[in-house]
Structure formats: C-alpha cells, structure tokens
Design a binder for this molecule. Structure first.
Ligand SMILES: NC(=O)c1ccc[n+]([C@@H]2O[C@H](COP(=O)([O-])OP(=O)(O)OC[C@H]3O[C@@H](n4cnc5c(N)ncnc54)[C@H](OP(=O)(O)O)[C@@H]3O)[C@@H](O)[C@H]2O)c1
Length: 321
C-alpha cells in the first residue's frame, strides 16, 4: 500500500514522506480498514513536529481520524463487520498505523459504524473533534434544559460541541473572532454568537448566566469572561493548552464556587470513549451533526495538509489516500 510515514519528529517537509509499505494485517480484536479519507487534527502535526514517541516498529503513519470500509477482521471480530462503512478515531494512538495510508488497522471498537445518511466527509470529521466535544459536554451529566457556552464555535471541537449540546437539549451560546466564523457557528445552531474580543462580550451573554457548562480552549484568555457568567453549578471544561500557562485567580474562582475540569482525550476512561462513539453515531443518524467546510489534499501532499492545519485553516483538512 501507499502510506505517509515519518521516523523522527521535525518539520513536515523534512520528516514526512510517502512510500510503499507492506499492507498491515489485523491482529486479534482488530479490523483493517481501506481508508477513503484521512482527517488531520492539531494533535497530528504537534506529534509529528515535537512530541511523538516513534513506535517500536520504527516508523509512524500519521493522523488519528478518518473513514473507510472494513476489508479484513482479526481473530475474535465478528466476520459480519466485513464491508461495513466506518468512522475512525485514535488510529495512530500507540500504533504505527495512522490513517494517512491506503489501509489502517485499529481495535474493532475504534472503527464505528457510519450511518448511510452521513457523507464520507462528515464521517472523517468525527474522530477526535466530536469525541472531545462529547467528553467536555457530558462528563458532568446530561444537558437537557441546561445552558452551555462553547468557546471557538467555528473550530472543529467547538462546532461539534455546539451540535451535540443542541442535540442533547441545551441552549448553546458561542464565541468567535470574526463574521465568517460567526456565520458557521450560527449554522451549527448557536444563539447568541458573540465576538470574544468585544469589550461587552460578558454583557451579551448575561441572560444565560449562571451557565451550566463552559467548553473552553483558552482558559487564560477567557477565564474572566467565564467567571462573570459562572455560579456554583458551572463547570468550566478546558481541553487545550495556551502557549503560556495562565495564573489562576483562586479568589475569583472561589467566589464563583466554580468547578474546573480538564480533558486530554488520550487519558479519558474507555467506557466514556465508547459512550461518546455510540452517542455520536446516534446523533449522526438523527441528522444532528453537519460538515464544516473541507479542504482536500492528495496523499503525496500530506505535509501541506498538516501545515494547513497548523496555519489555522477554517474547517476540516482531509487527505485522500
Ligand atoms: N485535550 C484534547 O484531548 C484535545 C482534543 C482536540 C483538540 N485539542 C486542542 O484543541 C485546540 C482546538 O482544536 P480544533 O481541532 O478544534 O482546532 P480548530 O479547528 O483550529 O479550532 C480552533 C478554534 O479556536 C478559536 N480560538 C482561538 N483562540 C480563541 C479564544 N481565545 N477564544 C475563543 N476561541 C478561540 C479559533 O478561532 P479564532 O482564532 O478566530 O478565535 C478556532 O476557530 C487545539 O489546540 C488542539 O490541539 C485538544
């Protein structure tokens, strides 16, 4: 098969190459997927650039997410799964076989049935963004009738956080930085949509206070705004690190009696991941999840694809293997 691969961390054009590789065989409990679309996330370029531990195999095929069709099953996997159309997550997590290749092998549970009504592009976009959004939203209980503020509502995680929270019955507000992103967030169902750079951002969100949940990706930048809208029932869930760690205003957090939670998907307990995958598939079947704009690259431009994500391309960047 053809695969993108790197065997050391570094700049994309220096370490990423495309080459012929032996097609992997699924081990016990695994499935092999003919990948139709591989999706790039910030974690993929960050791992390739600086944090990856190269697997014992001596190489890493990048990219955690994608979609395709199961074409082989390992021992213990129901043969009826052959031919199933699936969305994928964690392909490159503790495995050399990421999704930026014609074939990937993953544990059977990480190849999740994709409803016929969902497009290939939507299926490939689920993975890390939708599972992260699910964990941030539901780790502290159901959302029916609750209020949620999603920061960065035109980002991949933000977009699926808005749509999953709406699907679960919440009122959802969001923040963005410009009109183009505001329109995307409105289409996802957020109301109100507020520019977080406005001096009066807190005033524009006041009617929703005290919030039940804040889905946060820039704790230092936004904490004053979050605390202005928080109360004892508010949980602020942060899933991203800023270049500089913020200084925590402990007294202000105490005054609000607020709860802080942090999420790193790689450490989320397995039952929560399985619940997320099941709920996301149900939400897909219900037509509650929609595509962001997509930018496609052929496999031999995998380096450019990762750079596009690093540069902040709006929407999802997909690689066609
Ligand atoms: N912890 C985890 O397990 C986990 C999982 C997934 C992603 N992540 C991390 O989460 C981040 C987002 O991932 P993604 O895939 O959603 O990226 P993305 O699609 O690029 O979205 C990021 C969004 O954040 C917005 N943003 C930046 N600064 C903001 C601020 N101060 N307030 C509100 N919005 C702000 C950006 O828009 P503007 O710049 O225009 O504001 C952009 O729309 C990345 O750093 C990624 O590594 C972590």
């Amino acid at each position: 098969m053809l695969a993108a691969v790197y065997d050391r961390t570094g700049p994309s054009h220096e370490v990423l190459r495309v080459q012929e590789m032996p097609t992997p065989e699924p081990g016990p409990g695994e499935v092999r997927v003919r990948v139709r679309l591989s999706a790039v996330n910030p974690t993929d370029w960050k791992s390739r650039a600086r944090t990856a531990t190269i697997p014992d195999a001596g190489f890493q095929v990048p990219n955690q997410d994608g979609m395709g069709t199961i074409d082989a099953v390992g021992e213990g996997v129901e043969p009826g799964r052959l031919g199933e159309r699936v969305w994928l997550y964690f392909c490159a997590w503790q495995s050399p076989w990421g999704s930026a290749a014609q074939y990937s092998v993953v544990p059977s549970e990480q190849a999740v049935p994709l409803p016929d009504s969902a497009s290939d592009e939507l299926g490939a976009s689920m993975g890390i963004p939708a599972v992260t959004a699910h964990r941030c939203l539901f780790a502290d209980g159901p959302l029916d009738g609750r209020t949620v503020l999603v920061h960065g509502g035109a980002g991949a995680v933000g977009h699926y956080a808005i749509e999953l929270a709406k699907w679960a019955g919440a009122q959802v507000a969001t923040t963005v930085s410009n009109d183009e992103k505001a329109e995307l967030a409105r289409q996802a169902g957020a109301d109100p949509v507020v520019n977080y750079r406005d001096d009066d951002a807190a005033g524009q969100l006041r009617s929703l206070a005290p919030l039940d949940r804040v889905v946060e990706l820039a704790l230092g930048a936004n904490l004053a705004l979050d605390l202005a809208l928080a109360g004892p029932a508010t949980t602020i869930v942060d899933y991203a690190a800023e270049p500089q760690d913020p200084v925590l205003p402990v007294r202000a957090c105490m005054n609000a009696n607020v709860t802080l939670r942090f999420v790193l998907l790689y450490g989320v307990p397995r039952p929560a991941l399985l619940q997320a995958a099941a709920d996301i598939t149900t939400a897909l079947s219900d037509g509650a999840l929609t595509e962001l704009p997509v930018t496609r690259f052929p496999l031999d431009q995998v380096a450019q694809a990762q750079e596009a994500v690093q540069a902040g391309t709006v929407g999802k960047v997909l690689v066609i293997p």
